[in-house]
Design a protein around this ligand. Structure first.
Ligand SMILES: Cc1cc2nc3c(=O)[nH]c(=O)nc-3n(C[C@H](O)[C@H](O)[C@H](O)COP(=O)(O)OP(=O)(O)OC[C@H]3O[C@@H](n4cnc5c(N)ncnc54)[C@H](O)[C@@H]3O)c2cc1C
Length: 364
């Protein structure tokens, strides 16, 4: 049985990894599959991501969104061991700390700390609150620490996964998919993929992981999937010398809906804005930089070292992510919006289980 995956962002490469490990013959198709991997000039949404994994501190304890997060946190733990190579240096950096911005938010944190205690969530103690109040030059009401949430560096992650794909013989095809159609001849492979070099490949299964391009590929097949672009800006700041001795900075600190990553003694990454469309707005960037007029001095005095932006695909009229078998052999794994890195392994597993279920049903 042969499967083609369209798109080599995090959704596509994790799906390829899962299926390849199960022994399927997999083609991974993307014109950017061999491009350099970096966040300054990201080739896709995945390379622009911060890599925050907030699976345990998710407020719900049931339902699809909870299940996918919970499963992913478990799978990432296993996968990190599997995909780590000598030079990868890949680890789930922990913990994650969120500071409350209002009394209402703090009340909801109290509930999370009660309901999610077994997932490693607890309220910050007074010493921690004092520390963060002094760092942010403002009396912080409260916050929580999630000991098992944190960050996976997306660039290291993508590089490691791509290397693992070579080891399990995934066939990488550096082309753009022009269209997908059904085979009408006797060929027992149901799907026909047209590449931009005018070549056709016949497949038993097609898995679409092409983010915003998904709607264009599906329309001729009569399927309507609507996605919209939400841009995110990320800034790396060079801090002043006196602020570089913050030893207790967690992997991720979230305050005023901004993620702070103190990834090197005098550098801080902050992100990411949520902007409708594909054009970055200076106003949104300034709002993030001054934390909606709440920025402490170390932030206002820092200077921009590097900055980048990326696009997330958000489903319209349905929850993220979109995981569907549209018809036999045609599956989609896309529209992860803000949590594509977090959700990637559980979504890849969903696709794998669906194909496995089918292969029993249709006796491949
Ligand atoms: C600034 C920013 C910060 C983020 N931070 C986080 C975070 O902290 N945590 C988290 O979990 N998520 C985060 N995200 C979200 C996450 O990055 C996305 O949800 C995720 O990258 C989606 O992955 P994807 O594979 O679906 O899409 P993409 O990474 O966009 O990949 C889609 C791929 O499909 C290919 N493609 C498209 N059309 C075709 C075609 N016709 N033929 C072949 N290939 C095609 C493209 O070339 C592209 O490589 C962030 C996103 C942004 C932009």
């Amino acid at each position: 049985m042969e499967i083609s995956i369209i798109g080599s962002g995090i959704a596509g490469i994790t799906t390829a990894f899962y299926l390849g490990e199960k022994g399927y013959k997999v083609n991974l198709i993307d014109p950017k599959i061999n491009s350099s991997i970096n966040n300054l000039n990201p080739q896709n949404g995945s390379q622009a991501a911060l890599g925050v994994l907030m699976g345990n501190s998710y407020k719900r304890s049931k339902g699809r969104a909870f299940f996918l997060r919970n499963k992913s946190m478990k799978l990432w733990k296993e996968w990190i061991n599997k995909i780590n190579h000598n030079e990868s240096n890949l680890e789930l950096e922990k913990p994650f700390i969120k500071l409350a911005n209002s009394e209402k938010e703090y009340q909801s944190m109290i509930n999370i700390s009660i309901n999610k205690k077994k997932y490693g969530i607890e309220l910050l103690d007074n010493n921690a609150i004092d520390l963060w109040s002094s760092i942010f030059e403002k009396k912080i009401i409260g916050g929580f620490i999630s000991h098992n949430d944190g960050r996976l560096n997306p660039i290291k992650l993508i590089k490691s996964l791509l290397k693992s794909l070579d080891q399990i013989n995934i066939n990488k095809i550096e082309n753009h998919v022009i269209s997908i159609s059904k085979n009408t001849n006797d060929n027992n492979k149901k799907w026909k993929i047209l590449l931009d070099n005018n070549q056709y490949i016949n497949q038993d299964y097609v898995v679409i992981c092409s983010a915003l391009n998904t709607q264009k590929l599906l329309k001729p097949l009569g399927h309507s999937i609507l996605l919209e672009p939400i841009l995110g800006q990320v800034i790396e700041l060079k801090l002043q010398d006196q602020t570089t001795n913050w030893e207790k900075w967690p992997a991720i600190l979230n305050y005023h809906s901004i993620n702070f990553i103190h990834h090197n003694p005098d550098h801080m990454i902050i992100g990411a804005t949520l902007e409708n469309g594909t054009q970055a707005s200076l106003i949104n960037k300034k709002k993030m930089l001054n934390m909606n007029n709440n920025a402490p001095e170390w932030l206002t005095k820092s200077r921009i070292n590097r900055e980048w932006k990326g696009i997330r695909a958000r489903p319209i009229n349905e929850p993220a992510p979109i995981l569907k078998e549209l018809e036999h052999g045609l599956l989609i794994n896309t529209g992860h919006y803000r949590n594509g890195i977090l959700l990637a392994p559980s979504c890849a597993e969903w696709i794998g289980l669906k194909i496995n279920e089918d292969s029993i049903k249709y006796k491949y």
